[in-house]
Design a protein around this ligand. Sequence first.
Ligand code: MTE
Ligand code: MO
Length: 196
Amino acid sequence: MSPGFQGRPRSAEPALPPGQYLTEDFPVLSAGPTPKVRPDTWEFVVTTEAGAERRWSWAEFTALPQDTPTVDIHCVTRWSKLATNWQGVSLDVLLDGVDTAAAYALVHSYGGYTTNLPLADLRGGRAWVAHRFAGRDLPAEHGGPARLLVPHLYFWKSAKWVRGIRLKTMDEPGFWETAGYHAYGDPWREQRYTGD
Ligand SMILES: Nc1nc2c(c(=O)[nH]1)N[C@H]1C(S)=C(S)[C@@H](COP(=O)(O)O)O[C@H]1N2
Ligand SMILES: [Mo]
C-alpha cells in the first residue's frame, strides 16, 4: 500500500475546519434570555468613532438591496452547519459612504450582547444583517428580527438581535472575548481562545 493511501479519499470528506463536526439541526446558543424585539420599534444604528450616526427603521432596512447568501457556519462549541440559506443586507450597503478611519467594530445587540471584529471583516461581501433564514423570517431564538451574519469567523461573532455597530480606533473586546475567547476567531486557524 502506498503512503497516504488509507481511509476515504480526501474529496469525499466534508469541508470542515479543524476540530468541527457536522450537524443537520440548528442548535440555539444564547448567553441569556431571548429579548423581545418588535420590528416597529427596531432600529439599526452605525456610529462612527467621531460620534456620527446613521439609522435605519425596519421599513427602511428591509427596503435596502437584499442578498441571499448560502454559507457554512462554525460554532466554537464544535458544530458546523453547511450551506445555510439566508436573506439580508450586506454590510457593504450599510457602511457605504460612512466617513470613518476606524479599523475596528464593536457590534451591539438588544439584550446587551457585544462582539468585536476588524471593520475590514464586515466589508467585501462577507457580512450581512440577516432577517430571513431557510425561506422564513428569522425566528426569535436565532436572533430575529435581525442578526449579524459573519460566516468566515466563529459564529459567536454573528450577534443575534443586532441593534448597531460602533466603529472604533482601538479594538475593544466584546462579551465572549472578555471571557477568554479569541479576539479574531478564524475557524480555519482554530482561533477558539485567547492565545490560540
Ligand atoms: N445577542 C447574542 N448573539 C449571539 C449569542 C448570544 O448569546 N447573544 N451567542 C453567540 C454564539 S456563541 C453562537 S454559537 C451563535 C448561536 O446562534 P444560534 O443560536 O442561532 O445557533 O450566536 C452568537 N450570537
Ligand atoms: Mo457559540
